[in-house]
Design a protein around this ligand. Structure first.
Ligand code: AMP
Ligand code: GLY
Length: 445
């Protein structure tokens, strides 16, 4: 079996690693891949967005299945193109990918079909957008509709700030074409949860929920990033007023209801969604509401999930079935064994203008730790260097989030390169929650 993975980040390294764990005889190609992926796969230097070249590669090398990592090729219609050519590919069509690539489309779908989410309006006109801001009140959330690398969401606490943001996006070209439309959205309060479902368009398998940490600095401060770390399991009560709704089965069931609604809504609009549906939830006091959908695996959530996802969930079989247009009905529910915490190590100056080409020294491999490469390269002498924003995700497993977090951090601290940045508190919400539970259980004298 020969599988092509498109992309070259930490998420794709984690997917490649997992597929090899499931089937060590698997022959893997990656385009473009990275030095970490190169230990598992043959890397072919093609851009993830060069759809025609990727199609030629898949055809020439008789690839049995292509798995798409990032959203950019999906937005370009790579799945439509491969399917036309009769090739199996895991991912949504261009029209279905709009659930991520157009926040305006996704919001309209949710509001029309009563999928729980924040109220919002879509505007292209500054005056109308500012009117909406006044109706919503502060704080208000302002979003560029198109793809903006996770940076197109601004939470404003004052009218001045909101007015300026609206003008920046619609007139100041702050996000380019992605900001031709803005969403003015109600602010939701609560804890976030990322839930993935693998789907053939109708049936689906819900994977265990995770949390990521989007801010650069400890304590969830500093600028937004693509994600500075992720972990699981997350025992957040799905209905905060009822503590007993914090178990994995309730989480899966409640997320499953929203996923089912969403898949039906997509099919009803002639855009059946196949592949990986990523649902970003806010667990509000009224229960879970959708913050956003993505049309691909999360990054860095995938790096935390792959090492602890129960082996009875055979991703390879699911990817193959969906990629070939077959049903996945009857697939086994996904389980998780233990905990995993993944700490991202980012380059100097991330997220603004990350500095490349700093030499890296990696500590020797350790039991229970998997180091996923996100943006690394090799110089002429073959030495490992940084090559972009997020450089590694250090995933550590343990019997609890607290133990896994300590291991992940201890290893990540020993990775050396100039200007490296990392957070030291990945998983803090869950660690706090478990400590509080333990102290509530402790006998009092
Ligand atoms: P998105 O790119 O839509 O995932 O948004 C990025 C982040 O902004 C989310 O992970 C949330 O932390 C925050 N966010 C987005 N929409 C809202 C909202 N309506 N209320 C509160 N926070 C939000
Ligand atoms: N971790 C957020 C994302 O993948 O969009």
């Amino acid at each position: 079996m020969r599988v092509l993975i498109i992309g070259g980040g930490g998420r794709e390294h984690a997917l490649a690693w997992r597929l090899k764990q499931e089937d060590s005889s698997l022959e893997l190609l990656a385009a473009p891949g990275n030095p970490g992926i190169a230990e598992l796969a043959e890397c072919v230097p093609l851009r993830a967005t060069d759809v025609e070249a990727l199609l030629t590669l898949a055809t020439d090398r008789r690839v049995d299945l292509t798995v798409v990592g990032p959203e950019a090729p999906l937005e370009l219609g790579i799945v439509d193109r491969f399917r036309q050519a009769g090739l199996a590919i895991f991912g949504p069509t261009k029209a279905a990918a709009e659930i991520e690539t157009s926040k305006a489309f996704a919001k309209q779908l949710m509001l029309e079909d009563a999928i729980p989410t924040a109220l919002a309006e879509v505007h292209t006109d500054v005056v109308r957008a500012r009117d909406a801001v006044r109706r919503f009140g502060m704080p208000v959330v302002i979003k560029a509709s198109g793809l903006a690398s996770g940076k197109g969401v601004i939470i404003c606490n004052s009218l001045d700030d909101a007015d300026r943001t609206v003008a920046d996006i619609l007139e100041g070209n702050r996000f380019g074409a992605a900001g031709a439309e803005v969403l003015i959205e109600e602010f939701m309060e609560g804890e976030e949860l990322s839930v993935f479902a693998i789907t053939d368009g109708e049936s689906f398998v819900v994977l265990p929920g995770l949390q990521d940490h989007k801010r650069l600095l400890d304590g969830d401060r500093g600028p937004n990033t693509g994600g500075m770390g992720a972990y699981l399991p997350v025992a957040v009560p799905m209905l905060p007023a009822r503590d007993h709704t914090d178990d994995a089965a309730t989480q899966r069931a409640m997320a499953g209801v929203i996923i089912g609604q969403t898949l039906r809504a997509m099919s009803a609009r002639g855009r059946p969604f196949t592949g990986l549906l990523y649902m970003g939830l806010m667990i509000t006091s009224q229960g879970p509401r959708v913050v956003e959908f993505n049309c691909r695996f999360g990054d860095p959530e995938t790096q935390a999930l792959m090492p602890v996802l129960g082996m009875e969930t055979r991703l390879l079989d699911l990817f193959l079935a969906v990629g070939r247009g077959e049903a996945i009905e009857g697939a086994v529910a996904a389980s998780v064994s233990g905990a995993c915490v993944s700490t991202v190590i980012a380059a100097a100056n991330y997220p603004d203008t990350p500095r490349p080409a700093d030499h890296i020294s990696l500590p020797p491999p350790e039991e229970g730790i998997v180091v996923f490469h996100a943006s690394t390269a090799r110089d002429e002498a073959g030495r490992l260097t940084t090559n972009g924003g997020r450089v590694f995700a250090v995933s550590a497993i343990g019997e609890s989030v607290e133990v896994a977090a300590q291991r992940s951090l201890a290893y990540a601290r020993r990775v050396e390169f100039a200007g490296k940045q990392l957070r030291t508190d990945i998983g803090w919400r869950e660690i706090d929650r478990q400590r509080k539970k333990a102290s509530a259980r402790a006998p009092r004298d």
